[in-house]
Design a protein around this ligand. Structure first.
Ligand code: NAD
Length: 310
């Protein structure tokens, strides 16, 4: 029998992916509470139909208040940066791992029918070629961010199994779309578009032949909502298609500013060479079917960022 849900908690619901997810859950008829400390999220990104609680996932009182009365949890709150996690390993792990544990220990004994965790392609070790990697691929993360995400994912798996709460971990690949905050660290597509619109050169770290799986935020959100009714488990959410940074850079330069300069700098530690998702498991268990390609959806994203930064 299909499980029915009425009230969701979305941690990190003021962030890039979280704010899109909140809207989708509301549109599906759920009541939604958002717990977010606004450290990178924005209050105005939260749909007015949601209940907003300003608070920290590490704080016992904030977590208990946010969890009161909900029957499903989407845990997205995190410090989201691979490169920055070397500099801020302590704080990032505190939020990403201890924040998750705090939420787990505050879960009501009864009434939670699904717990979905936003994991990351950062849990994987590098791949030898730009071929899609399955969930069984070597989990030897090469950044503190990846280590923290893997540890949090495993903690959820163990403790939720013991509590008999259905658990799904979704390993998101490189997500792009409107609404991502512009920082020097996160979201190469967002960074390139902002810089090109400002008339600045763009920088590729390394030779640019490293490959990513760029997935539109609307596909990520659909896969995440589907975890409410799909088979619990650990799944990649991407597209299965590889795009090199050189290809991405020329695509954006062509569309935004054909005379822009592309600079190269030495690669950073912690960045994978090949990160492309095998998505067969999510297709089968969640009915996940990513429908947007980079080429067909990028113009909409460029326009959205142009409007946001005007
Ligand atoms: N964007 C991607 O490409 C990508 C890829 C893989 C995984 N993910 C995961 O998806 C989730 C959402 O990422 P995003 O891209 O939307 O990032 P984001 O930074 O936009 O969202 C994270 C949200 O968490 C909030 N937050 C941070 N620390 C908090 C704390 N201590 N208490 C409460 N709220 C806190 C922030 O204010 C923000 O609103 C994260 O868990 C991230 O690790 C993202």
């Amino acid at each position: 029998m299909e499980r029915q849900f009425r009230r969701a908690l979305v941690t990190g619901g003021a962030g890039f992916i979280g704010s899109h997810l909140v809207r989708a859950l509301l549109d599906h008829g759920l009541e939604v509470t958002v717990l977010d400390d606004l450290s990178s999220g924005r209050r105005e990104s939260v749909d007015a139909r949601a209940r907003f609680q300003h608070g920290d996932v590490r704080d016992p009182t904030d977590a208990s208040a946010a969890l009161a009365g909900v029957d499903c949890v989407f845990h997205l709150a995190a410090k989201v940066t691979i490169r920055g996690s070397f500099e801020h390993a302590y704080v990032d792990s505190d939020v990403n791992l201890m924040g998750t544990l705090n939420l787990l220990r505050r879960l009501p004994k009864e009434g939670i029918g699904q717990f979905t965790f936003a994991s990351s392609m950062g849990v994987y070790g590098d791949a030898p070629a730009p071929l899609p990697i399955p969930e069984s691929h070597s989990q030897q993360p090469i950044s503190p961010y990846g280590v923290g995400k893997l540890a949090a994912e495993r903690m959820c798996g163990l403790l939720l199994d013991q509590a008999k709460i259905p658990f799904t971990a979704l390993r998101y690949f490189n997500t792009f779309g409107p609404g991502q905050a512009f920082t020097p660290y996160v979201g190469v597509i967002t960074i390139f578009i902002h810089r090109l619109l400002r008339g600045e050169p763009i920088t590729i770290f390394g030779n640019g032949e490293q490959c990513r799986d760029f997935v539109h935020v609307s596909d990520i959100v659909e896969g995440t909502v589907a975890s409410l009714h799909g088979e619990p488990g650990v799944y990649n959410l991407g597209t299965g298609r590889a795009t090199s940074l050189n290809t991405l850079a020329s695509l954006l330069v062509r569309r935004i500013r054909p005379d822009a300069r592309i600079e190269h700098q030495p690669e950073h530690p912690g960045e994978l060479r090949y990160s492309v998702a095998e998505i067969a498991a999510a297709e089968k268990a969640l009915g996940y079917r990513p429908s947007k390609s980079l080429e067909t959806s990028i113009d909409g994203v460029i326009e959205a960022i142009r409007r946001e930064s005007a």
